[in-house]
Unconditional design. Structure first.
Length: 288
């Protein structure tokens, strides 16, 4: 259950950055943060609903990812942060050093495909690990809302939630098969998608009765995880930095909200730094 708690993954501040924002900045200004929400390219299968991604290692997909990285590079990031445990920075450092030295072939994972590629393209010394994946406080039962649902006659509600989420994930996977990677990323980083993704947590929070509330506890743990990620981002940020954070798309809403509301970052419009794609590209997918 703890893996489920920790693994679930499926705005603007005062200044809305645009491509013009790539010019030299006053280093007394707050750091900028561009949150790039992605599907999990390597299909780890750790979420409640999992979007299956066909191989991104084919020549065509590699060209599409290269185009995404080139466009992000035009933003001139000073740091690239990824969904990798902060307490395992040394392991990420070794992987990045091996990649730059030609000793490591990139896996399908988005940390490699976008994070390491982008940092290497820019000649950055490090890729920053900013995730948090430790145990939340309390006992296992405090968070085990599926067990609570079973014990309290709400199995059907939980099953319906899972089925609905997986149906949305399957629909996204079908669209992804016939659209370029840039289209996936543009769709997952729209305000509309982020809001829709966030609503699922309010459903989970209802699994409880006012005495035991494991659903609300679990969602609280999800909020706390994102706050810890934000704190890690704040620790690496320096005035004038331009940080690209590559994360599972399910984190997009909260990281955006928390970064803006904290005042720690100027949050950049992600869509301004992704390759444009035809507005009707999704509609051109053949029916399945």
């Amino acid at each position: 259950m703890r893996e489920l708690v920790l693994g679930l993954a499926i705005g603007m501040a005062a200044l809305l950055a645009s491509p013009a924002g790539s010019q030299a900045r006053d280093h007394n200004e707050p750091a900028e943060l561009l949150i790039l929400g992605t599907p999990h390219f390597s299909n780890p299968g750790r979420d409640i609903a999992n979007t299956h991604v066909d191989s991104v290692l084919t020549p065509a997909r590699q060209r599409e990812i290269a185009a995404v990285v080139e466009r992000l590079a035009a933003y001139r990031p000073t740091r690239v942060a990824v969904e990798w445990p902060a307490n395992e920075q040394a392991r990420l450092d070794r992987r990045y050093a091996d990649y730059r030295a030609g000793r490591y072939a990139l896996s399908a994972d988005e940390t490699d495909q976008i994070g390491l590629r982008l940092a290497a393209r820019l000649g950055l010394e490090r890729v920053d690990a900013v995730d948090w994946l430790s145990e939340p406080p309390g006992e296992e039962a405090d968070y085990d809302f599926p067990a609570w649902a079973t014990a309290n006659g709400r199995d059907d509600d939980w099953d319906a939630h899972v089925r609905a989420g997986q149906a949305r994930a399957d629909a996204m996977a079908a669209l992804m098969r016939c659209t370029p990677v840039s289209s996936w990323l543009r769709r997952l980083n729209t305000p509309e998608y982020r809001r829709e993704s966030q609503r699922a947590y309010y459903d989970i929070a209802t699994f409880g009765d006012g005495n035991a509330d494991p659903g609300a506890n679990w969602v609280g743990g999800w909020y706390a995880r994102n706050l810890r990620i934000l704190n890690n981002l704040r620790r690496i940020a320096r005035p004038g930095d331009r940080i690209v954070a590559v994360y599972g798309a399910g984190h997009g809403f909260l990281l955006d909200q928390q970064a803006r509301e904290s005042g720690a970052f100027t949050v950049v419009d992600t869509l301004a730094w992704l390759p444009a794609s035809p507005r009707d590209s999704w509609e051109r997918c053949p029916p399945r």
